[in-house]
Design a protein around this ligand. Sequence first.
Ligand SMILES: [Cu+2]
Length: 67
Amino acid sequence: MTTFNLIIPDMACGACSETITQAIKAIDPSAEVNSDLSSKALQVNASVNENSITQAIVQAGYTVEKP
Ligand SMILES: [Cu+2]
């Protein structure tokens, strides 16, 4: 498992973070996702690479930035 720190600028509410969490869990069911809406920060603990995580988030309709 590797920890990735990402910024999701358009993650505005709990539904957004839930959508993003489910998109990540779809590619890695064992992933742990923590989000902080106030800072738009997403911390992902996963066994897939960062590119796969970014792609899953983009396909869910969100943009991804590096912290
Ligand atoms: Cu939302």
